[in-house]
Design a binder for this molecule. Structure first.
Ligand code: HEM
Length: 149
């Protein structure tokens, strides 16, 4: 069970990174180039939000049910336990909230350039948070098996 969920969570990271890059590209070029906000912009942001929500559900199952780091009663003096119990969940939750906010505020905006702007700003901060939090533990492109060595 844990292996299955962890593998999905691990692969979904790559889909999220690709979706983040695509949304960032469209939002920044749309904002700077004063382009119209079209169907492809909407689909890109819905896809990113869906992937982020899936990651949240998979993360919560691991956090509360399957992960030895967070459910095994291990001490937070261990850097990996502390990372998953506090740093990983904390920054990822904030990042997912920022992705959600970008989408919601962009939908509420009535002018197309504003829609791009909201997505660009919130998605940029979320991306930085995700990339830094993963990279500091070697998890941006690696897995626990390689990073924990
Ligand atoms: C954008 C959001 C997220 C990304 C990109 C992400 C990415 C990752 C990555 C790359 C790993 C290592 C997987 C491996 O070893 O192959 C991991 C593990 C883990 N994640 Fe996330 N994560 C995210 C959100 C969350 C959230 C919100 C939670 C908790 C609610 C969470 C809980 C966990 C836990 C508990 C593990 C350790 C699993 C284990 O015991 O091996 N993640 N995550």
């Amino acid at each position: 069970m844990h292996y299955f969920i962890n593998t999905l969570h691990s692969y979904n990271r790559y889909f999220i990174l690709i979706a983040l890059a695509y949304v960032l590209f469209r939002a920044w070029s749309g904002w700077m180039g004063k382009k119209s906000f079209d169907k492809a912009d909407n689909s890109a942001s819905v896809t990113l939000l869906g992937l982020a929500h899936l990651q949240l559900v998979l993360g919560l199952i691991q956090y509360f049910v399957t992960s030895a780091y967070t459910t095994g009663g291990l001490p937070t003096s261990d850097p990996w336990v502390r990372y998953f119990k506090m740093e990983h969940i904390g920054s990822m939750l904030v990042a997912i909230i920022l992705i959600q906010l970008g989408r919601t505020l962009s939908k509420k905006a009535t002018v197309d350039v504003e829609k791009h702007k909201k997505l660009a700003i919130y998605t940029t901060i979320a991306t930085l948070l995700i990339v830094v939090t993963l990279a500091m533990k070697g998890l941006l492109f690696g897995t626990l098996a390689t990073a924990a060595l």
